[in-house]
Design a protein around this ligand. Sequence first.
Ligand SMILES: [Fe+2]
Ligand SMILES: [Fe+2]
Length: 142
Amino acid sequence: MKIFEALRKDHDKQRALVKMILDTQGDSSTRKDFFRQLKCELATHAVAEERFFYAPLMHTDQTVDMSRHGVAEHHQIDKLVAELEKTDMSSANWLSTFKKLADKIEHHLAEEERVFFQQAGKAFSEKEKIDLADEYLAQMKT
Ligand SMILES: [Fe+2]
Ligand SMILES: [Fe+2]
């Protein structure tokens, strides 16, 4: 497996969780449970992706800007998650903030898959694409 496929699989998990959360109501146990899962997915993915996708791309002039941009969006996502944790889950405010997070995640994943993966595809050797996937997957298992 190459790094792109490994990342994309976890992106799909995030998309599914976002969709399921949007279908929940108030401070129900399902909303709590899915939100807990999404937080975990976002956090573990961001760390492993920064380490095994963005960090190696920081070494190349052609991909340094996109790497910084991607990592900056991880921080924006973290901030929205932190804001949601401080907000009453049954309030309209929680849902409107969650929708902002959902839009941000959707934008971020689409940009990675449609733009960054293409650029990284040219920057990485075929061996790197496979080695990075192995390292990414190993870290996600821990
Ligand atoms: Fe990302
Ligand atoms: Fe990602």
